[in-house]
Design a binder for this molecule. Structure first.
Ligand code: ZN
Length: 379
């Protein structure tokens, strides 16, 4: 613990965080490029071959789709494993940001694979069920299912999925409990809904989050934060998460996700109806055309990423402002930001284009600047 503390509080050079961030972006862009090449290859040649090979084993439509999606995902996962391992394990260790053992990394990746696989297969099966039966209006039905799926996932993820990766326990420290309780009064969040989550099993980085909906709504505070930050700093972070709750940011993000999904399915319908002629797919519900659907959704996601990030940065600014006003302690907010930047090796002043494309939060320099403006505004 003392070792972690000394490493966390050691002043990091800006060059180090710049280098770390740059490597992260290169990995992200490389990953996107590999995925794009894979989808293009599958769309042009691979998909028909894969479908043909599976149809030698079975002619049952449901089994065919299940096996197709299974292999489709396994192939891309195998291709990208070296990159995921480098980005998620080697790089983190190179910069002394990770506590994870290699067995832990493998276990977590396997868990992610085993959880996402059935969800994806069920979603694709539902989509093809509507594609087969309602070839003109399938995208409307799929959007409706997508709405339910998004809400259920947002509600259940903190109780069903998070515990598979991290343990969370109620806050025990009485001083922290009292401090947070006084802040949350009247917001609808009570101390029973505030948890300490054992991030330190994997990382040295600190983090916090608001998650869940209704009865599963909760604030999660990393042990990497609770164990090493002052009470005033912890209150700053907690108040920021309260801001997300008070301004309904989870709901708003969910609505944006639902609209994006619906738009994506509508565009898929348009592109698929054109593509069956160009690529001579058998029909709109030919599983061989699955890469086309993936490509449309991925392209739309990529195009909309800067807009979604801009909205997210706006929400984060709102929550920052809320935190400063609620705690009336801009100094604690500034020292929290300083500590977070050091501990998480954040690039304080990123390139404007990088910020525009990838930043879901305002850069630390801007968050501190905003707090300083608030300090001056205080009487
Ligand atoms: Zn936030």
């Amino acid at each position: 613990m003392t070792e972690l503390m000394s490493e966390n509080t050691k002043k990091q050079s800006p060059e180090l965080s710049k280098r770390y961030s740059l490597q992260k972006y290169v990995i992200t862009i490389l990953g996107l490029t590999i995925a794009l090449i894979y989808l293009l290859f599958m769309g042009l040649f691979g998909s028909n071959i894969l479908k043909h090979l599976i149809s030698l084993i079975t002619v049952n439509e449901y089994l065919l789709i299940t096996l197709y999606v299974l292999l489709f995902i396994i192939i891309i996962d195998v291709i990208t494993i070296p990159l995921s391992f480098y980005g998620g394990f080697i790089l983190e260790h190179m910069y002394k940001l990770s506590n994870q053992k290699i067995s832990g990394w493998v276990k977590d990746e396997l868990k992610k694979f085993l959880i996402s696989l059935p969800l994806i297969i069920v979603m694709v099966q539902i989509m093809y069920l509507f594609l087969r039966n309602f070839p003109d209006t399938w995208w409307i039905f799929v959007t409706i299912i997508w709405i339910f799926f998004s809400i259920i996932m947002a509600k259940l993820a903190p109780v069903l999925i998070f515990p598979l990766f991290y343990k969370s326990v109620p806050i025990e420290n009485e001083d922290i409990k009292k401090g947070l309780e006084s802040l949350s009064e009247g917001t609808g969040i009570n101390i029973q809904g505030v948890y300490k989550i054992n991030l330190s099993k994997n990382t040295k980085k600190a983090n916090a989050a608001l998650a869940g909906m209704g009865s599963t709504r909760r604030v999660l505070l990393g042990d990497t934060l609770l164990d090493f930050y002052s009470l005033a700093e912890i209150k700053s972070v907690f108040a920021h998460e309260l801001g997300h709750h008070v301004y309904h940011h989870i709901w708003k993000m969910l609505v944006i996700g639902i609209i994006t999904g619906g738009l994506g399915f509508a565009i898929c319908h348009y592109v698929l109806s054109k593509m069956i002629v160009v690529f001579e797919y058998q029909c709109i519900h030919d599983i061989a055309a699955f890469p086309v659907i993936c490509m449309v959704l991925a392209a739309l996601g990529f195009i909309l990423m800067p807009i979604q990030n801009a909205i997210s940065r706006r929400f984060e600014r709102e929550s920052d402002k809320y935190a400063i006003e609620k705690t009336n302690d801009p100094e604690a907010f500034i020292s929290t930001m300083d500590k977070l930047a050091e501990q998480n090796l954040a690039d304080r002043i990123p390139n404007r284009l990088v910020e525009f494309l990838f930043y879901s939060h305002p850069p630390i320099s801007k968050r501190i600047e905003m707090a300083k403006e608030n300090t001056q505004a205080l009487p």
